[in-house]
Design a protein around this ligand. Structure first.
Ligand code: G
Ligand code: G
Ligand code: MN
Ligand code: NA
Length: 254
């Protein structure tokens, strides 16, 4: 039986779940949000690697269904967290490039969030440069609709895609999520540090919030703080946690 077949079954049987990785605002040391990341239990206490099944979902035409499933799952958990989520706490979800190109992508996202009864401003869509660049004007239209509805938009894995700065200026965004490759060597490589500083400055210049992904050391965290990057996400702060742990983690954060 193929992995694709198993994934199809898992989606139909709702066997997939999410974990949530907290995001922290440096200036106030506050947890301001969390990113939903899909998890597929392997039946032996672990999970099937995302690196293994996400590409299969993309090739097999299942990724759109998967992304919608993840958003519905996130909404269901958020409803159960209710008022335990601090005011302003934002829940982000990923949309694959293929899913984002669907002409009804924005409507589908609004429908799922609308059905949950939750406020749209609780949510943040993460799209990659690739997703936005494929049909730029259609993408802009979708992003404008989603933002008008109240959903925040971040550009994920920033710096690894192929959008030019001229295009970046035209994108209706709230946040740049800087790809984790840019923080990796800032403590040991002067050129790396210069590039990371330039990217943070670029975000600030464009009036966008800047979040550094993949922060794994205290030194990297201090680098972000020192250079005006407002938010961080990474193993040094928190690994992704199961949904029933999120509220505990939020309330223990200090
Ligand atoms: O959490 P983890 O390191 O296992 O995620 C690996 C990859 O899977 C990352 O590139 C991440 O963007 C991707 N991913 C995680 N959750 C989702 C999701 O809900 N939808 C899509 N399209 N990709 C996801
Ligand atoms: O592509 P995207 O940025 O959505 O993927 C997020 C992925 O990064 C998830 O798979 C998550 O588990 C992983 N991740 C989160 N924090 C860290 C980190 O500090 N280091 C590394 N190597 N991966 C991380
Ligand atoms: Mn992401
Ligand atoms: Na990312």
């Amino acid at each position: 039986y193929s992995l694709e077949g198993s994934l199809r079954d898992a989606l139909r049987n709702e066997d997939l779940d999410i974990h949530l990785q907290p995001q922290v605002e440096l200036s106030r040391n506050r947890m301001t949000g969390a990113e939903a990341l899909v998890r597929w239990p392997d039946g032996e206490g672990g999970f099937v690697s995302n690196a293994k099944f996400i590409p299969i979902a993309e090739d097999g035409g299942l990724i759109v269904q998967l992304d919608h499933y993840v958003l519905r799952t996130l909404c269901a958990h958020a409803v159960s967290w209710g008022a335990d989520l601090p005011p302003g706490f934002r829940l982000s979800f990923n949309m694959s490039a293929i899913g984002f190109q669907d002409p009804y992508c924005a409507e589908k996202i609004m429908e799922i969030i609308g059905d949950s009864g939750l406020a749209p401003h609780r949510f943040e869509l993460e799209v990659t440069e690739q997703a936005v660049m494929t049909d730029f004007s259609a993408s802009i239209e979708k992003l404008i609709r989603l933002r008008d509805y109240g959903i925040a938009v971040s550009l994920d894995d920033f710096g690894t895609g192929y959008s030019s700065l001229a295009y970046l200026q035209q994108m209706p965004l709230d946040r740049l999520k800087v790809d984790r490759t840019f923080i990796r060597e800032v403590e040991t490589n002067a050129k790396s540090a210069s590039i990371a500083r330039a990217i943070i400055k670029l975000a600030r210049t464009l009036g966008l919030d800047c979040l550094m992904e993949g922060v794994e050391t205290q030194g990297q965290l201090e680098f972000c703080r020192l250079n005006g990057c407002q938010h961080v996400q990474g193993y040094h702060l928190y690994r992704p946690v199961a949904p029933d742990e999120l509220i505990k983690v939020v309330h223990n954060h200090a």
